[in-house]
Ligand binder design. Structure first.
Ligand SMILES: [Fe+2]
Ligand SMILES: [Fe+2]
Length: 167
């Protein structure tokens, strides 16, 4: 009996594709973890009336983003990869740093839209690469992409409200 899979993404023949997918999943894993940090920060710091709504919304997203990170980690292992340690982490979300004024909620809204857009772009690339190669990863990332599209849509609504309030 063969000890390795003869078909699919776990087969010996698929090693190169598998390594490429693991690298993409590592990036996704750290993107999600950085989002957790940024959303905790920005769910606590803001002051003001609209800020309350936005803080509550971010607060709700934290668990969801953490769940995404856990799904990416599990899939890395299933693909014979190793989930990276924290020393491999490099922060990238310069757009989600606390604003100078904690009532500057538009800064937070713009930052969240940027973070979600970054995730959406990366997950679309994963979906494209896994097409015909790894349907299980693709399926998982499609479901996560839907969450991110929902997050971005919600914050686009906040952005429209802020813009309308200036008119
Ligand atoms: Fe996420
Ligand atoms: Fe998200």
């Amino acid at each position: 009996m063969a000890t390795t899979a003869s078909q699919g993404i776990l087969s010996d023949d698929a090693r190169e594709d598998r390594d490429q997918i693991v690298e993409m999943l590592k990036k996704a894993y750290f993107m999600e973890l950085e989002t957790v940090i940024s959303y905790i920060t920005n769910s606590v710091n803001p002051d003001g009336i609209l800020a309350r709504e936005i803080s509550e919304s971010l607060d709700g997203d934290i668990q969801e983003e953490l769940g995404h990170a856990q799904q990416f980690a599990a899939r890395i292992k299933e693909l014979y990869g190793v989930v990276p340690g924290s020393m491999e982490f490099t922060a990238e979300q310069d757009f989600l740093q606390p604003p100078g004024e904690q009532t500057d909620i538009e800064h937070v809204v713009d930052g969240v839209i940027a973070a979600e857009t970054g995730a959406i772009e990366h997950y679309n690339a994963v979906i494209e690469f896994t097409e015909g190669r790894d349907p299980v990863t693709q399926d998982m990332v499609i479901a996560i992409l839907r969450d991110e599209e929902g997050h971005r849509r919600l914050f686009e609504g906040f952005k429209r409200e802020i813009e309308a309030s200036r008119r």
